[in-house]
Design a protein around this ligand. Structure first.
Ligand SMILES: [Zn+2]
Length: 340
């Protein structure tokens, strides 16, 4: 039992786009405990867009299937600091056939890594593989925009539309965005998820947001960090996206929080991200930050300030107390009794 002391309750935030490797370690920036730090930023669920930073990542079909299945298992069996990490997201490589997707799905793989990070770089092949994945219940996402690291490539609007993955991964680029007309084209010419990431282009993020709003389709907007990345790990990345889109994109704070909770949950068919009976008990208790301007937490976020996080709860268990990463909250919740 928790006495919230009047602070705000939200669903646990969801990072729709991360690149985990193993446990709470990332070789990308040689960091330990980046997932624990992200929990302190209010995120309770992470979705892998591919374990692409694994040193020596196998590119052959047998090897990539084995790693995908193993990665799904090692994050299912071990939740760093309680974080729910949906991982085991293989990157498409040439030579994969329908049976490979069937085999992985039967073994528990539910996601594809970003299409375009492997050797499959043409829309026709990618679309065929995405359709096979979908047939067996595996969700797909596609890298959108310029090259991220050596070995990746440009994925333009034509290829994104031809591939027709479930989520248009980092529609604002990761790092480099597509030209404005192509971003607008993607928003207008399909109904797939529009993922905006911290590791992308901020101006392009606002363009995608404004286009989605003009189309009356804000429910398509979901948020990710794309971390760990060249830009580092971003423990407060999702909160910073919420504050940035709310303040510069002129969206009410409570709507911007939906981009990082219910929108993602619905698009990705998760049992979290909504405060409803029957959903997982994944919560964040947060309050206006000390000395941050605004008459309340919503106005403070809309002015571009981060909230202060006082507690995270995953599956009904408190997992972290006062955040070591956000500015301190004005008021803090308190555990008043435990089970039994
Ligand atoms: Zn990418």
């Amino acid at each position: 039992m928790v006495d919230a002391h009047g602070v705000t309750l939200t669903p646990g935030l969801i990072d729709s786009h991360v690149h985990p490797v193993v446990g709470d370690y990332t070789p990308r920036q040689q960091q330990l405990h980046w997932i624990d730090s992200t929990l302190h930023g209010g995120v309770t669920t992470m979705i892998s867009a591919g374990e692409v930073h694994m040193p020596g990542r196998p590119r052959d079909v047998v090897g990539l299937k084995a790693m995908a299945i193993a990665a799904q298992r090692w994050y299912e069996n071990f939740r760093p600091s309680g974080m729910k990490v949906h991982a085991g997201a293989p990157v498409l490589e040439e030579g994969m056939v329908e049976d490979d997707f069937k085999e992985m799905a039967e073994a528990g793989v539910k996601l594809l890594g970003e299409v375009g990070l492997g050797t499959v770089k043409d829309g026709k092949t990618a679309r065929q593989m995405v359709e096979w994945a979908r047939k067996y219940g595996i969700q797909s996402t596609i890298h959108t925009g310029g090259t991220s690291i050596p070995g990746s490539g440009l994925i333009d609007a034509d290829m994104v539309l031809e591939t027709d993955a479930d989520v248009i991964g980092h529609v604002n680029g990761g790092h480099s965005a597509l030209p404005d007309d192509q971003i607008v084209c993607l928003c207008e010419n399909c109904s797939r998820g529009l993922e905006i990431v911290h590791n992308g282009n901020g101006r392009a993020a606002l363009l995608a947001l404004n286009t989605a709003r003009e189309l009356g389709q804000l429910e398509r907007v979901i948020l990710g960090t794309d971390g760990p990345a060249g830009s580092g790990v971003q423990p407060l990345g999702i909160l910073r996206m919420v504050a940035m889109l709310s303040s510069l994109g002129d969206v009410p704070a409570e709507v911007a929080f939906c981009f990082a909770t219910g929108n993602t949950a619905r698009q990705r068919a998760l049992d979290t991200g909504l405060l409803e009976v029957g959903q997982a008990a994944d919560f964040v208790l947060m309050d206006q930050a000390q000395h941050a301007p605004g008459k309340d937490i919503l106005e403070s976020v809309r002015l571009g300030n981060l909230p202060g996080i006082g507690m995270t709860i995953i599956d009904g268990k408190p997992r972290s107390g006062r955040s070591r990463n956000t500015p301190p909250a004005r008021r803090l919740p308190e555990v008043v009794s435990g089970p039994g």
